[in-house]
Design a protein. Structure first.
Length: 156
């Protein structure tokens, strides 16, 4: 990830944040990064986890597909891949999000791009908090947690 593709959520250059946003191989601009960061921190705290560092990388389908094949042996498109580097309650990891998948999924689910993007971001955060979505019951629980988190964002 190059320095030019880094999005700062903070105006003060001397203050560093444990959450950073990056862009790879896609034309995308994140709006209201600071509010999104505060929301992420709030959700993490609500699950009694401790935030160390999280990189959220917005990328193209091609970029994420290459990661999916190389690291997970999945030759499919996906909207998100989360790489945890610590176990809960410690939160540390990289979250890769395909902007193209988010755009397509927003149309499929008839929601705004912004809502779908927030859902996918928090989905990755929930994975770092220890939640999985392998079974039908886990998927339903994850979806409920996403909905609860989205309500939190609206109320911030």
């Amino acid at each position: 990830m190059s320095e030019a593709n880094f999005i700062s959520a903070w105006d003060d250059e001397n203050e560093t944040s444990p959450i950073s946003f990056h862009i790879e191989e896609v034309n995308f601009e994140l709006h209201d990064a600071h509010s999104i960061e505060l929301w992420i921190k709030s959700v993490i705290q609500s699950y009694s986890c401790k935030l160390n560092v999280v990189n959220i990388i917005f990328c193209s389908d091609h970029y994420l597909h290459q990661l999916n094949v190389s690291y997970l042996n999945h030759d499919t498109l996906t909207d998100i891949i989360t790489f945890p580097y610590a176990s809960p309650p410690q939160i540390e990891g990289d979250i890769y999000i395909s902007i193209e998948r988010v755009q397509d999924n927003a149309l499929i689910y008839k929601v705004s791009f912004e809502e779908e993007l927030l859902r996918v971001i928090i989905h990755g955060i929930l994975h770092l908090c220890g939640f999985t979505d392998k079974t039908k019951a886990e998927k339903e629980a994850m979806h409920q947690k996403e909905n609860e988190a989205l309500k939190q964002f609206v109320s911030l």
